[in-house]
Design a protein around this ligand. Structure first.
Ligand code: TXA
Ligand code: MG
Length: 337
C-alpha cells in the first residue's frame, strides 16, 4: 500500500523507488505527474498500464537542468536553448529530435521527444536525487481530469504507484505549454500559461498555432478530457435562457460563472475568477468536485476571447466536446493531451 508522504525527507526514498523501476507521483507547478525512470522501459510500461493510456501517446521526459538537454535530444536548435534559458524551470515543454538513449516506449515510436524542467521544489529535488530523466504524464487515468492535489492522484490511480509526494495544490493548475521545435517553424501543440505571443517575443519569430494548421484527419480519437458530467459552455448573453430551458426539462444543473447575472433555481452556482491564471488554477479542482455531485449538467460561462484566456478556453472546449455538448465552441475531434 503506497502512502501520501510529506516533502523533502522522503526524496532519497523516492529516488530509490525510481531506480528500482517503481512509480512515484510528484507535484509540479502545473499538475501532478506519474513518474518512472525514463530509461527503464519496464517501468515506463507500468505508467501506461496504470493510466490505461494507449501506447502511441508519448510521454514528457522531465530533466533537472538545461545541460541535460543534449542527453535526451539531438540537433538542439538555438531556439531551444534560448527558450530553456528564459523559461526553465517552468511550464514549457519542448519537442525536439530524440537522442538514441530515449526508449521507444517513451516516444510512442516517434523520432521526437518532449522535454521540460518543472518549477517545483519537490520535483527538482527528486530529479537532482535521481540523476536521470523522469518520464511523467499527468497522474490521471487516460482522458480524465489532471490532478492538482495529492488527494486527486489517489482518487485517480489508487495504489497503482509506490509513492505519492504531497506538495500541496499546484500553482498553475493546467498542463504545460507544448512547443514543437523539430520542424522548420516553431509550432504550438498545446496552449498553457506561457502564451504563443510571449514565445514569439522571446524568439523573435512567429509561432505556428493550431488554428493555422491544416485540419486534422477525421477519425482521430475524440477528447474525453473531461468530467463524467456533461459540460456545456454558454455565453453570458445566453446563460439565463439556457438555465431556464434546462430547468423546464427538470435538470439538476450547476453553473460556474464569472458574471453575476441572476439565474433562476439552479442547484449550485459558483463564482469564477475574472483573471485567467486564477481561473486555470481552480479549473480542474472545481470540475472534479462538481463531478462528484451527479448533476445532469455543468454550465460554464464562456471566458472572453484573448491570448491570456487561450489555455483555459482550450481545456473547457475539450471538456465540453467530450460529451458532444453544443456551446460557444464547435465540438472538435481532438486527441486527448
Ligand atoms: O504540465 C505538464 O506537461 C504535465 C506535468 C506532469 O509535467 N505533464 C503532462 O503530460 O501533461 P501528459 O502526458 O499528460 O501530456 C503530454 C502531452 C501529450 O499530449 C503528448 O501527446 C505530448 O505531450 N507529447 C509528448 N511527447 C511528444 C512528442 N514527442 N511529440 C508530440 N507530442 C508529444
Ligand atoms: Mg495528461
Amino acid at each position: 500500500m503506497s502512502s501520501i508522504r510529506k516533502p523533502l525527507d522522503v526524496i532519497p526514498e523516492a529516488a530509490e523507488i525510481l531506480r528500482c523501476g517503481g512509480l512515484v507521483a510528484f507535484p509540479t507547478e502545473t499538475v501532478y505527474g506519474l513518474g518512472a525512470d525514463a530509461e527503464n522501459p519496464a517501468a515506463v510500461a507500468r505508467i501506461f498500464a496504470a493510466k490505461g493510456r494507449p501506447a502511441d501517446h508519448p510521454l514528457i521526459v522531465h530533466i533537472a537542468n538545461p545541460g541535460q538537454l543534449i542527453r535526451w535530444a539531438k540537433d538542439v536548435p538555438a531556439a531551444a536553448w534560448r527558450l530553456a534559458r528564459h523559461y526553465w524551470p517552468g511550464p514549457l515543454t519542448l519537442i525536439l529530435h530524440r537522442a538514441p538513449r530515449v526508449p521507444d516506449i517513451v516516444t510512442g515510436g516517434q523520432d521526437t521527444v518532449g522535454l521540460r524542467i518543472p518549477d517545483h521544489p519537490l520535483a527538482l529535488a527528486l530529479l537532482e536525487a535521481f540523476g536521470g530523466g523522469i518520464a511523467a504524464p499527468s497522474a490521471n487515468r487516460f482522458g480524465r481530469l489532471s490532478p492538482t492535489t495529492a488527494a486527486h492522484v489517489r482518487e485517480e490511480l489508487g495504489d497503482a504507484m509506490d509513492l505519492v509526494l504531497d506538495g500541496g495544490p499546484c500553482r498553475i493548475g493546467i498542463e504545460s505549454t507544448i512547443l514543437d521545435l523539430s520542424g522548420q517553424q516553431p509550432r504550438l501543440l498545446r496552449p498553457g500559461e506561457i502564451t504563443f505571443a510571449e514565445i514569439e517575443t522571446v524568439l523573435g519569430q512567429p509561432v505556428v498555432r493550431p488554428e493555422n494548421n491544416a485540419p486534422r484527419a477525421p477519425g482521430m480519437l475524440r477528447s474525453h478530457y473531461a468530467p463524467r458530467t456533461p459540460v456545456c459552455l454558454v455565453s453570458t448573453a445566453n446563460l439565463e435562457a439556457e438555465t431556464r430551458q434546462r430547468l423546464t426539462q427538470r435538470q439538476r444543473i450547476a453553473v460556474l460563472s464569472m458574471s453575476t447575472t441572476p439565474l433562476p433555481g439552479v442547484c449550485l452556482r459558483e463564482g469564477m475568477p475574472t483573471h485567467p491564471a486564477s481561473w486555470a488554477r481552480e479549473l480542474y479542482a472545481r470540475l472534479r468536485t462538481l463531478d462528484a455531485q451527479f448533476f445532469d449538467a455543468i454550465l460554464i460561462e464562456t471566458p472572453p476571447i484573448g491570448v491570456g484566456w487561450q489555455a483555459v478556453r482550450d481545456r473547457l472546449e475539450r471538456a465540453a466536446s467530450a460529451h458532444g455538448a453544443s456551446g460557444e465552441f464547435l465540438p472538435m475531434e481532438r486527441q486527448p493531451y
